[in-house]
Design a protein around this ligand. Structure first.
Ligand code: MCA
Ligand code: AMP
Length: 475
């Protein structure tokens, strides 16, 4: 099976752009619009400056600098490590140390000791680079596990290309589309699908900075990406939601889209949203299709090149009867190459016969439609579409002098899907400000979206006979 030409960023083919395949609005972000030729010229000039590095960190603010830095790395075949711009001290140190990034490309955070390679938005170069080997690592993306510090997901150029072609096929995404979203540029959703997808397909991209209902309504695109929190905020503003009626497709992913939000979107915009399912490790593996059924609460069928199966705890097959629940396993050409320098953690996620264990439980019906039922572990929380490991937040809270014991859980939340709640046994007397102090501590050490939204001070945590905290009893 072919997954498109070897040129990863197909619309930035230098020969075609030189021959006139230009558009004035390839990318609009942070109030700046770049034509395709400006983007190619500026990113190639970044490539020239960064070409001798192996791996660089990019402070992934939603700016043209970030886009040029990422595209420059891809042109030069240098691995990009996108860093959440609100990363706190501990998280930033971990990402930089673990990834071995040699420099910042573009903006550097205050106080960083790494050298900085500047990105000059107005510089241009028309040098042409040979297309790097498809097996080259495009990105190391940091993502949370159930315990410990985030791991670096190693994504190859080939995986990115296959993942993008598969969703373009499911959504009939063409250069005639205008993509709109305001998602962060340090995850697969906003960066890989949301920037590189547009540049591979050749559709203009409008990045709205923040994914607000106002900005989405004003953007006049044809294809809109959002996490469920974005869509649920949009349906809370019916007049703005109605302005999306002229779109071609509204696409939801990164977390379960509540059925009432699906229905309300359909009512207000006339569009049944497309739902798709994926992971940092796998890109998008399941989606409803532009020409197929869109069933509320279900995430569709495997995209091009993907196979899925369900297994029970003993590893036996689970029937595809629409009711039996099993652990979802996937394989396909868009899967990652492993966690950076973590062969054991990588091996643990794969079956002996080469399937990736998603950690999600699902049902599959006789027609091949999938419904994601939940996660196997309570320790992976999805809040606002962000994946957060309970263990990482617990470790940071245990480092605070006021905390003797802690259990972090995700509780249901109408806006965020789940909200992070920390049950804390304090160490002796504590000030009235304990809640704010602990929330700020996590926001400073990790990143703002990993902060608990609530701290509940308790005398004891429920434990089983082995002393293990019974998180299911915390609500
Ligand atoms: C509040 N703030 C604080 C604090 N309290 N800052 C520091 N310390 C505090 N204690 C401020 C921040 O400065 C920030 O301000 C603001 O609060 C952020 O608010 P928050 O409530 O956290 O965010 P939100 O506006 O409610 O965000 C909702 C959101 C966001 C926009 C939906 O969650 C989001 O962008 N989610 C997308 C996640 C995503 O892309 N996931 C994809 C991964 P200010 O706003 O002024 O800066 S999944 C993936 O990639 C796979 C493949 C897939 O399937 O897609
Ligand atoms: P991340 O690696 O941050 O992309 O998180 C991946 C996880 O997000 C998956 O393992 C699922 O638990 C969840 N997820 C992504 N898309 C969906 C969806 N459409 N419905 C339900 N859960 C989803």
């Amino acid at each position: 099976m072919s997954f498109g030409p070897s040129l990863l960023l197909r619309s930035l083919n230098p020969a075609a752009v030189a021959a006139g395949a230009d558009i004035p609005n390839a990318v609009t972000i942070d109030g700046v619009t770049l034509s395709r030729s400006d983007l190619l010229g500026a990113a190639t000039s970044v490539a020239e400056r960064v070409a001798r590095a192996d791996r660089v960190a990019i402070l992934a603010e939603p700016t043209v600098t970030t886009v040029l830095a990422v595209v420059g790395c891809l042109i030069a075949g240098v691995t990009a490590v996108p860093v959440p711009p609100d990363s706190g001290t501990a998280e930033m140190a971990h990402i930089l140390g673990d990834s071995g990034a040699q420099a910042w490309l573009g903006k550097a955070p205050e106080g960083s000791e790494l050298p900085v390679v500047p990105v000059r938005v107005h510089a241009r170069s028309w040098h042409t680079y040979p297309e790097p080997d498809p097996a080259t690592t495009a990105f190391v993306l940091y993502t949370s596990g159930t315990t410990g510090l985030p791991k670096g997901v190693v994504l190859s150029r080939a995986a990115v290309a296959a993942g993008l072609d598969a969703v373009a096929d499911a959504w009939a995404w063409t250069p005639n589309d205008v993509l709109v979203h305001g998602l962060p540029l340090f995850h697969v959703h906003g960066l890989v699908l949301g920037v590189l997808g547009a540049l591979r397909v050749g559709s203009p991209l409008i990045h709205t900075g923040k994914p607000t209902p106002q900005a989405y309504a004003a953007a006049e695109g044809s294809l809109y990406f959002g996490v469920p929190t974005v869509w649920s905020r949009i349906v809370e503003e019916p007049d703005l939601a109605k302005q999306l009626a002229d779109a071609r497709l509204l696409i939801s992913g990164s977390a379960p889209l509540p059925v009432p939000v699906f229905e309300r979107l359909r009512e207000l915009t006339g569009h049944a949203p497309i739902e798709r399912y994926g992971m940092s490790e796998t890109m998008i593996t399941l989606s409803t299709r532009v020409d197929g059924e869109r069933r509320p609460g279900w995430v569709g069928t495997p995209v091009l090149g993907v196979r899925t199966r369900l297994r029970d705890e003993a590893g036996a097959e689970v029937p595809h009867d629409g009711e039996s629940v099993g652990a979802l396993q996937v394989c396909g050409p868009m899967l990652f190459d492993g966690y950076l320098d973590r062969p054991d953690a990588t091996a643990a996620e794969w079956t002996e016969d080469g399937w990736f264990k998603t950690g999600d439980v699902a049902v599959i019906d006789a027609s091949g439609f999938h419904r994601i039922v939940g996660r196997e572990s309570v320790d992976l929380i999805k809040s606002g579409g962000y994946r957060i490991g309970a263990g990482e937040v617990e470790t940071v809270l245990l480092g605070h002098p006021m905390v003797a014991e802690v259990a972090v859980v995700g509780l249901p939340d109408a806006d965020l899907g789940q909200r992070i709640v920390a049950f804390v046994v304090p160490r002796g007397a504590y000030p009235d400000s304990i809640e704010k102090d602990l929330i700020d501590h996590v926001a400073e050490q990790l990143s703002v979206h990993k902060r608990p939204r609530e701290i509940r001070v308790v005398d004891v945590l429920p434990r089983n006979a082995m002393g293990k905290v019974q998180k299911k009893l915390l609500s």
